[in-house]
Design a protein around this ligand. Structure first.
Ligand code: NAI
Length: 251
């Protein structure tokens, strides 16, 4: 039986984060949905509550330490000590290196790396006290290199090193840390990429799917299924791993 533990999903208002939040709730977790604006979390929170689950929405910028401290404290007060953390919040600021600005670089590092660091540091206190915890970071196949994404690929590769270090440091406290590296997933993020490339989303999906062995692009639920495994009670001996969920092998 799955224990009634409290999970935090950052960037949970839409896309992959929303699917993960719904999936963890259906597995019996209480879920705190964190996103930049509390209002944006309302739909996901309502969907969870509609199926009898417990959820709250919190507005916080994961790259701001005061926001993170306040958000984690509120989760503890309203839902119970958070022992599951999914670092999912993310942004893109794509550009070829010669056109990439310092702002493009810093913004991506701040949300993905600083955000995951601040959230993990705040939540591990609860996990260590409980002697149980799960940290799951969203990396990407872009960690292996992707044209126009020097900032994003560096951040996503950085998250893999971060994950492995957390696994080493926190294992003795019953806390695992793993990463999922999705390939192409249909969300607002990839819809924006299609727009930037001047393609309809449908044409873009068809084009991308040609290079994916299973013959289709990913859905947020594909990632949520892997997230349910890594955050599950039974995954206690799986730590420091990076799972590519991309419809085929990666290299
Ligand atoms: P999305 O853009 O649809 O959703 C991201 C969410 O994060 C948004 O709700 C946004 O408001 C929130 N967010 C952004 N900055 C934040 C901040 N500073 N604090 C709190 N929340 C913040 O993105 P999507 O596609 O659902 O991606 C989720 C994660 O998966 C990201 O980390 C992304 O890099 C990663 N990923 C996505 C892939 C894809 O094909 N969609 C592929 C590989 C990785």
């Amino acid at each position: 039986m799955t224990e009634k533990r409290t999970a935090i999903v950052t960037g949970g208002a839409r896309g992959i984060g929303a699917a993960v939040a719904l999936r963890l709730a259906s597995a019996g977790r209480r879920v705190a949905v964190i996103d930049l604006r509390e209002d944006d979390t309302a739909d996901v929170v309502a969907s969870i509550r509609a199926t009898g689950g417990e959820a709250i929405g919190i507005g916080a910028d994961v790259s701001a330490s005061a926001d993170v401290a306040a958000a984690v404290e509120r989760v503890g007060e309203q839902l119970g000590a958070p022992t599951i953390l999914v670092n999912n919040a993310g942004i893109l600021r794509d550009n070829l290196l010669f056109k990439m600005t310092e702002d493009d670089w810093d913004a991506v590092m701040d949300v993905h790396l600083r955000g995951a660091f601040l959230m993990s540091r705040a939540v591990q206190a609860h996990q260590v006290q409980a002697g149980w915890g799960r940290i799951l970071n969203l990396s990407s196949t872009s960690a292996l290199g992707n044209r126009g994404q020097a900032n994003y690929s560096a951040a996503k590769a950085g998250l893999q090193g971060f994950t492995k270090t957390l696994a080493i440091e926190l294992g003795r406290f019953g806390v695992t840390a793993n990463a999922i590296a999705p390939g192409f997933v249909q969300t607002a993020m990839t819809r924006a990429t299609a727009e930037r490339l001047g393609m309809t989303f449908e044409d873009f999906l068809a084009e991308v799917a040609k290079d994916i062995p299973v013959g289709r692009t990913g859905l947020p639920e594909d990632i949520a299924a892997a997230a349910a495994f890594f955050t599950g009670d039974e995954a206690a001996f799986v730590s420091g791993q990076v799972l590519y969920v991309a419809g085929g092998p990666t290299d």
